[in-house]
Design a protein around this ligand. Sequence first.
Ligand code: FEO
Length: 162
Amino acid sequence: MLKEKMLKSLNQQMNAEFYSSYLYLAMSSYFESENFSGIAKWMKIQSQEEYGHAMKFYNYILQAGGKINLSQIETPKSDWNSAEEVFKDTLKHEQKITKSIYDLVELSIEEKDHATNIFLQWFVTEQVEEEANASKILERIKLIGTNKNGLFYLDHELGKRA
Ligand code: FEO
C-alpha cells in the first residue's frame, strides 16, 4: 500500500511525464512548420515515449492500490527561435525530470518503500539515456552552427528513428 505522500508524488510525476509528452509534441510541430520533418518525427516518437512513461506510473499506482489523480497539464511553450534553442530546452527539461525522479527515489528510501524504489530504478537508468541523447544532439547542432547543409543532414539522420 502506498503512503499518502508517495502516492501524491507518483501522481505528480505521472503528470510531469504527460507534460513531457505535450512539450515534445509542441517541439515536433515546431520542426514540422520549419520543414525539418526528420527532427519532427524524432520529437513525435519522443512524445510517444513520454506518454509511455506516464502510463508506467499510471499502471504502477493502480497496481499498488493507489488512486489516480489526473490533474491539469500545463500548456507547453509553442515557439522557438532555432533548433539549438529547442534542444537546449530539451536538455534542461530532462535534467529537471532527472531531479524529480531522484527526489522520488529519496522519498522511497525515507519511507522504506522497497517496491516503489525498485519500480523507480528503471527511470533512473532511462534518465541517463534521455540526458545523453539530448546532450549529444545539442552538441551536434552547436557544431553545425548556421550551416544549412549540416542541419539538413541531421534532419535526415534523426528521421531514421523508429
Ligand atoms: Fe520521461 Fe524524458 O523522461
